[in-house]
Ligand binder design. Structure first.
Ligand code: ADP
Length: 334
């Protein structure tokens, strides 16, 4: 599995949990969202009421879950966590909603993947604080309205554009998280190194930050791998040389691209002559799900100006050829 893009197993989740900022003040970067959210929370606290529902959008690993936890913590309430794919039936969501206590925060990760019936149930719950519980079956079935105490939904999505407008409209506040600047990631890394008790020097922090694709989750992950290297093959200090050697072992290049990213670029340039090629075809060529390519690899490749999205498909931009050390193919897509 790729180091940069690997999914979170239990160990990984535990390691991440240990590094999570616990308050808005500790949360690095994203100044605009932080300021706005801080106002929403302070106003709610002053009124003694649950704040409006909050939608957080942006690529994976930028802090959506962390912010949801911070929101609950700053409100002095507890956080209930579920996700779009975890909810199979509307009834599952009804069960979660009807067990909420007053003022609780419900974190709904990957909210764009909720099934339609659950989504419809959610609109009503968010708007009217009510769920209709269906009893009985067939012609004899009836819906009994059940009032819910006030609560706050924090929805997270990697693709705000996929949310149906009626659902999007139920969020009083939407915050879009963008990739972090390198200097912000350096702060994330120095903070994390402090928590881990790892001696990270400034040059190493800068090096790791510049290869972390603007993403704190990746920065923290690379930090742990550099620490491994330093402990096993080095003298324990996380120096620039240790960082460079470790990142070479893990095949993370100067841009922070890993194997999946390079596979996407290579397929696009060499198999499809620079494109345009459809997302699904490209995903099949690298052996990944289209959604993974689109939400995990692509946003950063687009941001770095390596690939472009056109109505006819993905195209390699000059930077992609250059990064791979290839000469652009003549013909379409170049
Ligand atoms: P998302 O839910 O957007 O996928 P997470 O909230 O799970 O991302 O964040 C991934 C990891 O990155 C967390 O372990 C957290 O410690 C770290 N992180 C994210 N944003 C920040 C930030 N602004 N400051 C410090 N650490 C952060």
């Amino acid at each position: 599995e790729s180091l940069v893009h690997s999914g979170a197993d239990d160990l990984e989740r535990a390691a991440e949990a240990a590094l999570r900022p616990r308050s808005l003040d500790e949360f690095v970067g994203q100044r605009v969202v932080r300021d706005q959210l801080s106002l929403v929370l302070q106003a709610a606290r002053r009124r003694g009421r649950a704040p409006d529902h909050v939608l957080l959008s942006g690529p994976p690993g930028l802090g959506k879950t962390t912010l949801a936890m911070i929101i609950a913590a700053e409100l002095g309430t507890s956080l209930r966590v579920t996700s779009g794919p975890a909810i199979q039936h509307a009834g599952d969501l009804a069960a979660v909603l009807s067990s909420l206590e007053e003022g609780e925060v419900l974190f709904l990760d990957e909210i764009h993947r909720l099934a339609r019936p659950a989504e419809e149930l959610l609109y009503v719950a968010m708007e009217d604080f009510r769920v209709d519980v269906v009893v009985g079956k067939g012609a004899g079935a009836s819906a009994i309205p059940l009032a819910l105490p006030p609560f706050t939904v924090v929805g997270a999505t990697t693709r705000a554009g996929l949310l149906p407008a009626p659902l999007r409209d139920r969020f009083g506040f939407t915050g879009h998280l963008d990739f972090y600047e390198t200097h912000e990631l350096e702060r994330v890394l120095l903070r994390s190194a402090g928590l881990l008790g790892a001696p990270l020097d400034a040059a190493a922090a800068a090096e790791i930050a510049s290869r972390s694709r603007g993403t704190p989750r990746i920065a923290n992950r690379l930090l742990r791998r550099v620490r491994d290297w330093a402990e096993v093959r080095g003298d324990g200090t996380l120096s620039l040389a240790a960082a460079q050697s470790a990142l070479e072992v893990y095949e993370v290049d100067e841009l922070g691209l890993d194997r999946l990213d390079r596979a996407v670029l290579t397929a696009l340039c060499t198999r499809f002559g620079g494109g345009p090629v459809g997302l699904t075809t490209l995903a099949v060529a690298v052996g990944e799900e289209p959604e993974t390519v689109e939400t995990v690899a692509e946003p950063f490749l687009v941001r770095e100006g390596l690939i472009g999205r056109t109505p006819r498909g993905r195209v390699a931009l000059p930077g992609a050829w250059e990064h791979l050390g290839l000469t652009p193919a003549a013909g379409p897509g170049t």
